[in-house]
Write a protein that binds this ligand. Sequence first.
Ligand code: ADP
Length: 269
Amino acid sequence: MSTVQNPTPNPFNQQRPIEGIKHIIAVGAGKGGVGKSTVSTNLALALAQLGKKVGLLDADIYGPSVPKMMGTAKLQPNVNADRRIEPMIGHGIKIMSMGNLVDDQSAIIWRGPMLFKAMDQFLRDVIWGELDYLIVDLPPGTGDVQLSLAQKVPLSGAVVVSTPQDTALADVKRCIDMFKRVKTPILGVIENMSKYVCSHCRHEEDLFVPGELHQFLDKEKIPLLGKIPFNRSIGQGSESGTPQVGLDPQSAESAAIMGVARKLVELSP
Ligand code: ADP
C-alpha cells in the first residue's frame, strides 16, 4: 500500500505584490555599522532627485535609525478610519519605521511571529500609494525579517553594503548566500567607507586595509554598484536629519551616491 505525502509547502507562494509599488529593493549588510542605513537614506534621496517616487521602509526593527537620519524622529504616524497607517514624510520620501512607534529608549524584544506580523503591517497596512521604488533598509545579518520580506513580496532585487576590508568579506558572502537561498536577485554591492577623504585638503587615504572584496565580486560576477568615501559630512548629514545628498548635492560624495542610484534605475527601470 502506498501513502501519498503532502508536498512541502513553498513559502514563496505567499508572495503578493503591493499594488501601486513598481520596485521593492532591499538594502542588506552582513553586519551592523557598515553604513547600511546611511546608504539607504541617501539612495532614497538620490532616487527622488532623479524624479522617482520613493518610499523608505525601515525594517531594522531592533535598531531603527532611519527616523533620526531623515529628520522624522519626532513624528508619529496617523491611523485613518480604515485602520490604515499614513507614512511619515521626510525630504519628499514616504517613511515607515518602528522608531516612530516606540520611544527610543525601549528595547524591542520580539520573536519570529511578531516580526512577521510587523513586517506584514508595514508592507500592507501603510498607505504607500504609487511608488517607483520602495527601499527596504533591512536589519544587519541574516535573520527572520529578511526571510519574512522575501516570502511576503516579490523583490526586484537586493543591494548589499560592505566596507572594503577582509573582516567584512565573510559577512558579505553570508548575506549574498542568504539572498540567493530566498531567490532574491542580487543587484550588486556598494562599498561604503572605501576611502577616507579629508574635508579640508581632500587628501585621500584607505580607512581600512583593502581586502579581496573586488576579486570576490569579479569571480561571482556580481556588480560593484559604487564606492562611497568616508567623509565627515556624510556622518554629519545622518546626525542632522538631512542625508548628504540633500545637504550638499554638488559634493563628490553625493555624486558617488547619485551614480549608484542611476545604476539601480538602469537595473530596475
Ligand atoms: P548600519 O546601518 O550599517 O549599522 P549606519 O548607517 O548606522 O550603519 O552607520 C554607522 C555610523 O557610520 C553612523 O554614525 C554613520 O553616520 C557613519 N557613516 C556611515 N557611512 C559613512 C560614510 N561614508 N562617511 C562617514 N560616516 C559614515
